[in-house]
Design a protein around this ligand. Structure first.
Ligand code: TXA
Ligand code: MG
Length: 331
């Protein structure tokens, strides 16, 4: 008997995002179930943002602590601002410039936003993703979708559908396969009020581009600013293997069990005998961002590799966001 392709697709949960698959996803979401969702940044674990049962399920599947609030996703800015109690001018300006796209803004929430979505905080995180599959699902669903990155808590974010499958296995009934994520890093998260904007997480939109629109932003220090920026724990994005950050390539031991997460033309005098993966041989930070989590995951899964080494990238543009993740991955 020939294998039935739809049954095979169901057996491993990963399906191509046909109109039928989108309808099935909407059905599941209306029942309070979760769906693996491609966005331009990373894959999300999506559930009905206004249904506390679905929200509780997200925390459960991710094994995520309840103090770490979720981002609500919308098809457009009008939908997003509907859940904001106040909309600062800076929020309108940034939405105009960067939505749909990898920017999340945190503003005062309306009463109707469930406490589980915001971990009891008075503010809610809003985002309008640009990925066509995310857009299609959001439009078909017709309401906000809560979606954290589709990894188990503290682990490496998935940037393709097979990685979601590896992270969450059978725990999600459906994973929409939208191909590899173009940006590859999570959205930039900004807290906005009538005061100076505060950067809660460096991400897919470089902070320089944000500052070009709204002027200087303040940088929240992780951990210290915990009430404002929960979830930014020191040990995050963690591979299972130890990751060491070094200042120059000469410090990387030349052994066969070393994985080197390289970038551009980082040079060393002695030849390297381990496993080298270059995020972008030409030194392009956008390319490096798009490759980052996939390459880190690859080295983590490579049986030849015992320890991963990396150097910080140039501290500008997306390099800042990648470095932040490298530092957390190093713990
Ligand atoms: O690119 C992204 O943002 C991806 C995709 C799937 O959209 N989502 C994502 O979600 O990265 P997550 O849950 O992994 O990270 C969300 C972070 C939280 O850890 C927290 O730091 C911040 O956003 N956040 C969410 N709500 C907040 C709130 N009310 N106040 C302060 N920070 C908040
Ligand atoms: Mg995450």
């Amino acid at each position: 008997m020939k294998p039935d392709p739809t049954r095979v697709a169901q057996a491993n949960n990963v399906v191509s995002p046909s109109p039928e698959a989108i309808l099935r996803a909407v059905e599941l979401l209306r029942e309070g179930q979760l769906v693996g969702l491609p966005t331009e940044t990373v894959y999300g674990l999506a559930g009905d943002g206004l249904n506390p049962v679905a929200l509780a399920r997200i925390f459960e599947v991710k094994q995520r602590p309840l103090f770490d609030p979720l981002i609500l996703h919308f098809a457009d800015a009008a939908g997003a601002f509907d859940l904001a109690e106040q909309i600062p001018t800076s929020a309108r300006e940034l939405a105009q410039r960067f939505w749909p796209g990898p920017l999340t803004i945190v503003v005062r929430k309306k009463e109707m936003v469930p406490d589980l979505a915001t971990s009891g905080l008075p503010n809610v995180a809003l985002r309008v993703p640009s990925h066509p599959v995310a857009q299609a699902l959001l439009r078909a669903f017709g309401g906000p979708l809560a979606a954290p990155s589709a990894n188990r808590f503290g682990r490496i974010s998935p940037t393709d559908a097979p990685a979601v499958r590896t992270e969450l296995g059978e725990a999600v009934p459906l994973i929409l396969d939208g191909g590899p994520c173009a940006v590859g890093l999570e959205s930039t998260v900004l807290f906005l009020s009538e005061h100076q904007p505060v950067l809660l997480r460096a991400g897919g939109i470089p902070v320089e581009e944000i500052e070009a629109v709204v002027g200087r932003v303040q940088h929240a220090r992780p951990v210290d600013d915990r009430p404002l920026a929960p979830g930014q724990l020191k040990h995050h994005y963690a591979p299972r293997k130890p990751l060491r950050l070094v200042d120059n390539a000469g410090e990387i031991p030349s052994q066969s069990d070393i994985g080197w997460l390289a970038f551009g033309t980082q040079n060393r005098a002695v030849p390297f005998l381990g496993v080298m993966e270059n995020l972008s041989p030409t030194g392009d930070l956008r390319e490096a961002a798009a490759n980052f989590f996939r390459v880190l995951r690859g080295l983590d899964d490579d049986s030849r590799v015992g320890t991963i080494y990396a150097m910080a990238l140039p501290a500008q543009g997306l390099g800042l966001a990648i470095n932040e993740r490298l530092e957390r991955a190093a713990g």
